[in-house]
Design a binder for this molecule. Structure first.
Ligand SMILES: [Zn+2]
Ligand SMILES: [Zn+2]
Length: 123
């Protein structure tokens, strides 16, 4: 089941919702798989750093760098849904510092930028 969920997630270039993945796994396995059990597995993947949650899209994407921990900054295209990401530890360190200074803990920055990707800007 975990392998099937991971395969369905990896088949998507764009962030996929638990419902999208439940449907893909249901099709692949020939049996009904509910989104709730997919959510549980996706959360395990996120905890293991294998997948990342794109909060503003309520969706998941394969982690581009499972070997290292970053506060990834997602760039999400409002037109085609393409999601790229950049890592800028300076920005996330600043955010962590500012939140800690305000007495906030534990700190987990979520930075997502919405707009148009390069391809959609050209067309
Ligand atoms: Zn990253
Ligand atoms: Zn786009």
């Amino acid at each position: 089941m975990r392998a099937a969920v991971y395969a369905a997630l990896a088949a998507n270039e764009r962030p996929a919702s638990a419902y999208d993945i439940a449907e893909a796994v249901s099709r692949a396995e020939g049996r009904r798989v509910v989104a709730n059990s997919v959510y549980r597995i996706l959360d395990l993947f996120v905890a293991a750093n294998l997948a990342q949650r794109v909060e503003s899209a309520n969706a998941y994407i394969v982690n581009a760098h499972p070997g290292c921990l970053h506060d990834c900054i997602f760039l999400i295209c409002d037109r085609c849904g393409r999601t790229d990401h950049i890592d800028d530890d300076r920005i996330s360190q600043d955010l962590r510092g500012a939140a800690s200074a305000a007495g906030f803990a534990p700190v987990r920055p979520v930075v997502e930028v919405r707009g148009l990707c390069a391809a959609c800007t050209e067309s």
